[in-house]
Design a protein around this ligand. Structure first.
Ligand code: THU
Length: 160
């Protein structure tokens, strides 16, 4: 037997003080996108914005449906659209934020498990890490890779 452990590291910015300009810009785009959420069932409005290697920013929001599982999180709407529109570009970073009743949530909103898996595969496709920026009203956290949120990722990509 061999006892092992994993640790993750991330940066935390109280009231966004010291947040890098590019990250702040992406978070602002996510915040703006959350206004376009269609979330009549949860009233939880999420915005996500991805920055691509070609300089483009794609922002999106969660889209719900009366048949609940048919809805989709903001992160996956953004990332799938980004890959569909720019198949050759890689995702450099993603910012996520949520609001309820017009107020940005106090603490960050983290991508759900399914979105983490999709982000992980996007990272594997390109071979370069995706920076994750999760923003709340009180503080924002930044991780250098999706592996901080999803260690031991399922990977079924054909091995090169
Ligand atoms: N949601 C997202 O869009 N992203 C997340 O990271 C967490 C959850 C959405 C799904 C659903 O429309 C609503 O938030 C409540 O779960």
């Amino acid at each position: 037997m061999c006892q092992k452990s994993i640790s993750i590291s991330y940066k935390e910015y109280f009231r966004n003080e010291g947040l890098e300009l590019k990250d702040k810009e992406l978070l602002d785009r996510a915040k703006k996108a959350s206004e376009g959420a269609y979330a009549p069932y949860s009233n939880f409005n999420v915005g996500a914005a991805v920055r691509l290697s070609n300089g483009e920013i794609i922002a999106a929001s969660n889209q719900e449906n009366a048949a609940y599982p048919s809805g989709l999180c903001a992160e996956r709407v953004a990332i799938f659209y980004a890959h569909a529109k720019f198949p050759d570009a890689s995702v450099e970073s993603i910012a996520v934020t949520a609001s309820v009743g017009g107020h940005v949530c106090e603490t960050p909103t983290y991508p759900c498990g399914a979105c983490r898996q999709v982000l992980a595969e996007s990272e594997m496709r390109s071979g370069s890490p995706i920076r994750v920026i999760v923003g709340g009203e009180k503080f924002t956290q930044v991780m250098d890779s999706i592996s901080a949120l999803l260690p031991f990722t399922f990977d079924n990509l054909p091995k090169r």
